[in-house]
Design a protein around this ligand. Sequence first.
Ligand code: ATP
Length: 422
Amino acid sequence: MAQDGAASQQITLEANHELRMEVAWGKQVHLQLLKGQAEVFGTSLDLGERVSIRGQKVAVYSWQGCLLELEGDPDVMYTSDETPMAHYLNIHDVLDARRQEALKSKGQGPRTFVVGPTDVGKSSLCKILLNYAVRAGWAPTFADMDIGQGSITLPGCIAATPLEAPIDVEDGLPTDAPLVYYTGTPSPSDNPTLYRHFVERLAHVLELRAQSDAQVRASGLFVNSMGWITDLGYELLKHTVQSLKCGVVLVVGDERLYSQLSADMKKSDPTIQVLKLPRSGGVVVRSRELRQEARKVRVEEYFYGNRKELSPASQTAKFEDLQVYRVGGGPRAPSSALPIGATSVADPLKLSRILNPHELLYTLLAVSHAPQPELLLSVNAAGFIYVQDVDVAKGTITYLAPCAGPLPGSLLLAGSFKTYLD
Ligand code: ATP
């Protein structure tokens, strides 16, 4: 029997096999490495360390074989030896050689873009390659362009974070120094101009960081993309490759996308290397509802922590003391008011101040570092608050903030998607 009374079992994992587990939100299991070597998406497990897996779908992979102890009851659990891990390790070796060269020549290490349709394991591949780079002594940067999930901070965010230690299996990516831009929506089609704008801002800041630190520069960058790979989604992918000056594009699980990107990159910049990788059979396909639920869980985790270890503060403020802006609210003239043949186009980057607080109910607001409204789209977000209640009569809003006390700024950027926190 295990420490907390849950049933336990020992599992022997052969070399080059993985144990795949799905643990529903609100449930947890514990895992302990008793013998041998094992890793979770590239993060090594220490011998004897008891790791909690909560609301996650994970693969515990072993290159050499191991003995594990599992406490609790995962919803799904099975082992497999059909994994793309050998391909992933080969890619790591190629990237590592480039980092060595970059360090010697004081040049730029590999900037790697990971693309593919939804649910092919792009984020997991990024984690594995990031962890392998960290374990080899590098300090890579992770940039997440998938605003649908927002793995670094929150859905709706384009963000990047430096990595100096392997990603914690329980706590996920480090959250102490992310660079974050809030688009306010989980779907880039809502305002593609804003999406492009923030990708370029992020690229600019990352370029400055890389210029000032040779180790960071040589370590390179991993960029995770969204799974929208057709039409405008495809154009946005190409824009990201160009903006972040990616030299390697890893296409996961899609032959057509691979050949399309190979042909396009050959035309635009033949030095960009496009490589294809197989999808892992372990990747779990998520329905639309599950993705919505995942977004809500991300928001809850931002404020409460993934173990409910944080104590966010609920505070009330006069709405007039906050300056809340929305992007893309430029007025659209009715076509009857325009000359024949002319079309009305609202400025997608126009900022307009929100005067009715009611529209903010159950939304996230990014608290900006910007000193003045004109800079709201140039400066990154300091953090987020969640609007819990609005009293129009009193002119107040009640919001949840990660900690008590004054906000780091009085300029805020509103988003459009609503999340109902219980
Ligand atoms: P998206 O469509 O959101 O961009 P993605 O392509 O980035 O998805 P992942 O997020 O990497 O895919 O994987 C989808 C889910 O499958 C995640 O919950 C991940 O933890 C899980 N998963 C990935 N690989 C495995 C595996 N080998 N075994 C078990 N679960 C896995």
